[in-house]
Design a protein around this ligand. Sequence first.
Ligand SMILES: [Zn+2]
Length: 300
Amino acid sequence: MYRILCIATTLFAVSAFSQEIAITIDDAPAPDSNLFAGEERTQKLIESLKKSDVSDVLLFVKTNNITEHSKKRLEAYVDAGFHLGNHSHNHYSANRKDVDVYLSDIALAHDRLKSFGNLLPFYRYPFLHEGNDRKVRDRIRRFLKSMGYQSGYVTVDNYDWYMDKLLQQALADGREIDYEALKKAYVTILWESIKFYDEVAQQSLGRSPRHVLLLHENDMAALYIGDLISHIRSNGWVIISPEEAYKDPIASSVPDVLYNKQGRVAAIAKSKGWDTKFLRHESESEDFLDNYFKDNGVYK
Ligand SMILES: [Zn+2]
């Protein structure tokens, strides 16, 4: 009996205190690259997620990436049990584009997506830009609400897209790549960003929320998403579904700030008076990553 009690207590302790994170993947179905054809990339992502026993991820679709051919990749994600969300048609910035054009772009994306299965009414703002002034920001929010959409915010921002850009450049230049070092860089940097935003959350919210990790449908994810997931779990964290993550109270307590491009946790901290220089991880910088890749021997 004592043993059972011990095990039960341990299990409770783990579930009560484990940090949780969901995985979201932007810009699908992204075009062919220097390493993988789009189809191959999708297959690799599905395979790795299945092998890692991740039951759900949310792919934010940029619908002008959809062609007769790449459409099948979205269907493959759906068949694998994953979900799709709206990431606009043309990937405009709400900070720059005329708001009427911006809104019709969201509607157009919805129109292109509605015949797919497993579509969830979440909208991921391109560049995480939600508008430069309150009038624009609120108009977009009202429009999304009228469509039945919620914000597909992130809590962990990062420069995974730039790491992929560095890989593509190295391939184009015919440089020799140390794939072990590349993997280590990807996993380490993303894990550091996760810890960083969790720390900001603990200090500004007083707790660790259900996190939402931002990734992109790129070659780095296709190569190393499984390693990233193992690393996150080996630190005691639990991978949850995006739908679960968006049930966190931070989904409905939207801070009234015009600072959203580092995600929801950073926006909350900003609303509590934090200086924005403490709300961006050092790896969210092209210079930092250029040097990091160089110093860690990612390529010759
Ligand atoms: Zn995007």
